[in-house]
Design a protein around this ligand. Structure first.
Ligand SMILES: [Fe+2]
Length: 242
């Protein structure tokens, strides 16, 4: 079995389409989406439509819930707030209903899916220390937890003695005796300095996780953001990968 794991599209249709084209060549059995289909970019409705046709394994991101009033976004930075309010005015009523029904977490066989953290996912915390990683391992019972939210790919393992550590690479072989928390980065707004869209492929057959990077038409996504009247920085940052 082979799985694709996508997160944080953020209404970036060009990046999403480029990833889906790449994905078609991978011939996966199932696709998971880890939240934040909307927010920041100019094509929320088109991205939701594509996602609905792709998979039912979708969890809510903080931007998805903020757009439909299910989470407080007063702590968002001003650019993110502007994008949330623009998106709330733009998205169709049917798509708002779709966003409202997204769950905070889902499980699939040996895999847990969540946007932010398995511990209190509704708090939208970030995994910033190994103590928090350790706590997260205690709050899910699957071998692997895939998550997004930070837009920065990183992977952690818990060894046979229960010790948590950061893996040195984002492409690696999994051992049956160990557990993993894997952040697959962001399709539509990478923040690790590499502007290419990021997503993950997990092959159960050879126990391998691969982080893929896909170039896309950044200029087109930027032009749409500016034409929509969204903050220019949201366009500029796509070229920087920040
Ligand atoms: Fe996000």
């Amino acid at each position: 079995m082979k799985y694709a794991i996508l997160s944080d599209v953020h209404s970036n249709l060009e990046a999403f389409q480029a990833v889906l084209t790449d994905l078609a060549r991978e011939k996966v059995d199932q696709t998971f989406f880890l939240g934040d289909i909307v927010g920041y970019g100019a094509d929320p409705d088109q991205c939701i439509e594509l996602l609905r046709g792709l998979t039912t394994f979708v969890v809510a991101g903080n931007h998805d819930w903020a757009v439909v009033g299910l989470t407080d976004y007063s702590y968002f930075n001003p650019l993110a707030k502007t994008a949330i309010e623009w998106t709330a005015r733009t998205v169709t009523a049917a798509h708002q209903e779709f966003l409202k029904k997204l769950p905070l977490a889902q499980n699939y066989r040996n895999i847990a899916l969540v946007h932010a953290t398995p511990c209190e996912p509704e708090e939208w915390n970030y995994l910033l220390s190994l103590e928090e990683v350790h706590l997260s391992f205690q709050h899910h019972d699957r071998q692997i937890c895939f998550l997004g939210h930070s837009h920065v790919p990183i992977a952690f393992k818990q060894d046979e003695e229960g010790q948590s550590s950061v893996l040195p690479d984002t492409t690696f072989t999994l051992r049956d005796s160990q557990r993993y928390i894997i952040n697959v980065g962001s399709v539509g707004q990478p923040r690790d300095g590499d502007p290419r869209a990021a997503y993950g492929i997990y092959s159960r057959d050879d126990s391998c996780f691969t982080l893929k990077r896909v170039p896309y038409n950044i200029e087109s996504a930027q032009e749409k953001i500016i034409a929509a009247g969204l903050p220019h920085f949201l366009a500029q940052r796509l070229a920087l990968g920040t």
